[in-house]
Design a protein around this ligand. Sequence first.
Ligand SMILES: *[C@@H]1O[C@H](CO)[C@@H](O)[C@H](O)[C@H]1NC(C)=O
Ligand SMILES: *[C@@H]1O[C@H](CO)[C@@H](O)[C@H](O)[C@H]1NC(C)=O
Ligand SMILES: *[C@@H]1O[C@H](CO)[C@@H](O)[C@H](O)[C@H]1NC(C)=O
Ligand SMILES: *[C@@H]1O[C@H](CO)[C@@H](O)[C@H](O)[C@H]1NC(C)=O
Ligand SMILES: *[C@@H]1O[C@H](CO)[C@@H](O)[C@H](O)[C@H]1NC(C)=O
Ligand SMILES: *[C@@H]1O[C@H](CO)[C@@H](O)[C@H](O)[C@H]1NC(C)=O
Ligand SMILES: *[C@@H]1O[C@H](CO)[C@@H](O)[C@H](O)[C@H]1NC(C)=O
Ligand SMILES: *[C@@H]1O[C@H](CO)[C@@H](O)[C@H](O)[C@H]1NC(C)=O
Ligand SMILES: *[C@@H]1O[C@H](CO)[C@@H](O)[C@H](O)[C@H]1NC(C)=O
Ligand SMILES: *[C@@H]1O[C@H](CO)[C@@H](O)[C@H](O)[C@H]1NC(C)=O
Ligand SMILES: *[C@@H]1O[C@H](CO)[C@@H](O)[C@H](O)[C@H]1NC(C)=O
Ligand SMILES: *[C@@H]1O[C@H](CO)[C@@H](O)[C@H](O)[C@H]1NC(C)=O
Length: 440
Amino acid sequence: MHILSSSATTTFNKSSIMAPALVPFLIIFLNFPVIISTYHTPHLCTDENSLLLIQFRQSFKFNKGASYMCKELDKPSYPKTKSWNRSTDCCMWDGVTCDEVSGEIIGLDLSCSQLQGSINSNSTIFHLSHLQSLDLAHNDFMSSPVHSNFAGFRRLAHLNLSDSVFSGSAPLELSYMLNLVTLDLSLNENITVEPQVFELLLQNLTHLRELSLEACGVNSKLPRNLSASVEILNLASNGLFGDFPGEIFQLPKLQVISLSANRLSGRLLKVNQNISSALHILDLSYNNFSGGELHESVGNLKSFNFLVLKDCNFSGPIPESFGNLTELEGMYLSGNSFTGHLPPSIGNLEQLAVLLLYYNRLEGQLPDSLSNLKSLTNLDIRSNLFNGYFPSTIFNLTKLEHLDFSDNSLKGPLPPNITGLPNLSYLDLSYNSINGTIPS
Ligand SMILES: *[C@@H]1O[C@H](CO)[C@@H](O)[C@H](O)[C@H]1NC(C)=O
Ligand SMILES: *[C@@H]1O[C@H](CO)[C@@H](O)[C@H](O)[C@H]1NC(C)=O
Ligand SMILES: *[C@@H]1O[C@H](CO)[C@@H](O)[C@H](O)[C@H]1NC(C)=O
Ligand SMILES: *[C@@H]1O[C@H](CO)[C@@H](O)[C@H](O)[C@H]1NC(C)=O
Ligand SMILES: *[C@@H]1O[C@H](CO)[C@@H](O)[C@H](O)[C@H]1NC(C)=O
Ligand SMILES: *[C@@H]1O[C@H](CO)[C@@H](O)[C@H](O)[C@H]1NC(C)=O
Ligand SMILES: *[C@@H]1O[C@H](CO)[C@@H](O)[C@H](O)[C@H]1NC(C)=O
Ligand SMILES: *[C@@H]1O[C@H](CO)[C@@H](O)[C@H](O)[C@H]1NC(C)=O
Ligand SMILES: *[C@@H]1O[C@H](CO)[C@@H](O)[C@H](O)[C@H]1NC(C)=O
Ligand SMILES: *[C@@H]1O[C@H](CO)[C@@H](O)[C@H](O)[C@H]1NC(C)=O
Ligand SMILES: *[C@@H]1O[C@H](CO)[C@@H](O)[C@H](O)[C@H]1NC(C)=O
Ligand SMILES: *[C@@H]1O[C@H](CO)[C@@H](O)[C@H](O)[C@H]1NC(C)=O
């Protein structure tokens, strides 16, 4: 699952390739001014480059199934390279971007192109040495290795090999690609990223803004110091183990971290005061903080919009300081062993739309302050030990769509104004001691 959205935009620095290309242009300008008028529709692409692309195309057949995931992601899937025709300028071909001046191919986007076949180390693609952006996501390269040749693209800023059936160890050479801004190797079932390579990717790529190694067979500890340029880090579904390093919260530009479905542990999740104010999404769900607790200092995560701590094996109380996280829109604490009362400070979270507390051991009365959560659309507290009277003020939260109070020990009458929730589509109050009549 990609919970992360790419925020990186492609900005190419043309100055380095512009200078030599200007020379022939100027000569034409000085000697044959008449030609200038036809220069508006230049044939930019060199024969050599169009041949390289056609040869690359020839190493694949088309198979719709190779890009099946695109449909789920609402991305158009079609055989882009089919329309490539050597009688036209390759700079106009679908998926190809050229430098306007030099005519060199600087971008190739063949994501969702239904390509099936292997990429050998002698593939002609590796001759496109001016590439700054290469996107091969969502194809089927039939367990081709990630050749170290990919690291030969010295100017490459964006490399996307997501969900393309690559396999084998990610080469160390990737960590030499110092211009990389985004790197996505995610969702290649049989890729592995060895600990040493993992560490170097995180530490040596000093321009890296987005790294996605979701489901890439990383079995390693998470290093404490990462490149300060990192903004989005998706390391979900790997075998990361050891303590969650709190230093990560201090990375100055980090916005989003997903570490779900790993084997991280730790006694206490502490957050020191120097956390980066850029951070707004943390997903630690499906880890094993067995016996671990949340420290009162989670109240320092003030800039957070989403805190996803589902199925983490946390125990102990939900800290009162949660009430300080006033930017929170989603709080996912389900499937842990939290005990004690739900702190009344929760009522401060006026932006909160989703509050999931199901499968814990929370007890006592639900705080009246819940009725302050005017943005709530989804409230699920099923399977806890909440008791006391059914909180009728819940029915003031008119945005509610999904309400599940089942399997608690709530008692008392069903309030008559239960019908006052215009958007409600799911209501479960079963396994409580609620009485009264259900309005017709
Ligand atoms: C390429 O374009 C030429 C001229 O427009 C056309 O005659 C030819 O059929 C095209 N070839 C393919 C493979 O589409
Ligand atoms: C590229 O290498 C593969 C095997 O690695 C081989 O089968 C193929 O003939 C080579 N192609 C060229 C053009 O050399
Ligand atoms: C890689 O491509 C996929 C599919 O287009 C996209 O969802 C993902 O965000 C891209 N990764 C990066 C780092 O841009
Ligand atoms: C991954 O490797 C396993 C074992 O070699 C194989 O059965 C499976 O088909 C491979 N998966 C892909 C997507 O190639
Ligand atoms: C990260 O820490 C390790 C060990 O503490 C050190 O060897 C390495 O140089 C550090 N890297 C960076 C980028 O700070
Ligand atoms: C990684 O960066 C460190 C510090 O900049 C450097 O000493 C080391 O040689 C680099 N390692 C590799 C494999 O590039
Ligand atoms: C927090 O940051 C301040 C100023 O940036 C610095 O003086 C202080 O030592 C830092 N504290 C910790 C615990 O890192
Ligand atoms: C979780 O951690 C505990 C203690 O470290 C261990 O006993 C247990 O087997 C782990 N559970 C899983 C599912 O890994
Ligand atoms: C929460 O906010 C209150 C009031 O601003 C402050 O006194 C308290 O220290 C904060 N707690 C944490 C853990 O940030
Ligand atoms: C619903 O009823 C309860 C108690 O009867 C009352 O406190 C609350 O204000 C009512 N809400 C609405 C929206 O009428
Ligand atoms: C709930 O709504 C009713 C009617 O709009 C209002 O009178 C009452 O004060 C509200 N209660 C709370 C706790 O907001
Ligand atoms: C509902 O149960 C409460 C005790 O929990 C009782 O006082 C009340 O009379 C009951 N109301 C109805 C309508 O049965």
